[in-house]
Design a protein around this ligand. Sequence first.
Ligand SMILES: Nc1ncnc2c1ncn2[C@@H]1O[C@H](COP(=O)(O)OP(=O)(O)OP(=O)(O)O)[C@@H](O)[C@H]1O
Length: 447
Amino acid sequence: MSQMTPQEIVHELDKHIIGQDAAKRAVAVALRNRWRRAQVAEPLRHEITPKNILMIGPTGVGKTEIARRLARLADAPFIKVEATKFTEVGYVGRDVDSIIRDLMETAIKDLREQDMARHKMRAEDAAEERILDALLPPARDVAYQLAAETSAKPEDSATRQKFRKMLREGALDEKEIEIEVAAMQATAQIFAPPGMEDLTSQIQGMFQNMGGGRRKTRKLKIAEAMKLITEEEAAQMVNEEDIKQRALASVEQNGIVFLDEIDKITSRNEASGGEVSRQGVQRDLLPLVEGTTVTTKYGMVNTDHILFIASGAFHLAKPSDLIPELQGRFPIRVELTSLAVGDFEAILTATDACLTRQYQALLATEGMEVNFTPDGIRRLAEIAFQVNETTENIGARRLHTVMERLLEEVSFDAGKYSGQHVSVDAAFVDARLKNLAVREDLVRYIL
Ligand SMILES: Nc1ncnc2c1ncn2[C@@H]1O[C@H](COP(=O)(O)OP(=O)(O)OP(=O)(O)O)[C@@H](O)[C@H]1O
């Protein structure tokens, strides 16, 4: 569990998200409260439930990003769900418990990846041996076979050592070998009747188990085989039962569910017709947020301490249009502001993985040096802002489309610019975007 103080958490979030201080503070406190709760003795600890957060703000201003970064900081299982998905016709009756099941899947996947990464070196060694066995079948490698008969761990024969060296140097990468690998598992897609998703996951699990253990000989390039077998070996080294237990604990104690578009399931904009009632969805969500037990294929998950962060623009509806029980479960309200030109400038240049740095790194791989001058950044930010104002305000997402358009030509002809220096200043930006930005008809399609 993260032991970071709220100040430290905000400091970390500042590296990725510009502004939105209130939201950062709220999530930082929520995270710290988990640690605080863990220090409280039972039985009081049991009574302390998370204070869920409602983020209010227009699209593309950092709501999801804050929640996602927080989860990453805390190494917490995270899932983003659109609340409206449960009102769609195709989802009639789809139970909201699937949120927790999906969260569990994410936790399992993350832990498995972490464990496999930990075993990577050992797995690579094992893969190397298997490939060497395929190249030099022990039966034919007389020296190896003799050694194997006399000692527990046979010494390498000279040939085997030579091949190992070549393998490590990549000299054999392109050579093809035939090697036995686990047969691909066909994943059966089963469509369950409403409310029966749990059964589906059990049936799917059964199919997967039935397919387990089957092997198949495949012809592969050594480089590919090495990758595949390393993964296979690493997968065998992880302890699935241990992962399951850790994932259950992690979801229950650290899980974060981000419920987007919560404003769209208020009854204020209730539509009639085939849709599932919005209030109905709120009622379905309530037990999850209040604390219930959900059956997953890995075991029962108690949702008492999962942190819920709901978000919405609340242009038409207000938080008070939510059913009272749900309002009470989201006591912390924070507003996120829309982004101004200055924010766009900072988003373009001041975060750890800001867009300008990304493009610089990408184009540097082609031997091109790109630099962005302050007046160039300013123009870009102004144009993005202006386009948001004249068409649809999609927040910082606009920077992606504008930036892509700006560098489209340079990106395409990168080979031509190799070894050159490209300076993106105001004139460069104007030359490529100015005319576009004033033509409203074009803007809608291009920027
Ligand atoms: N304040 C910000 N600082 C840095 N980057 C931002 C900021 N706001 C948005 N972005 C970037 O814009 C993109 C969209 O942001 P995000 O997903 O957080 O939107 P959102 O507010 O959750 O909107 P929606 O409710 O539509 O999902 C992300 O790539 C994010 O990195």
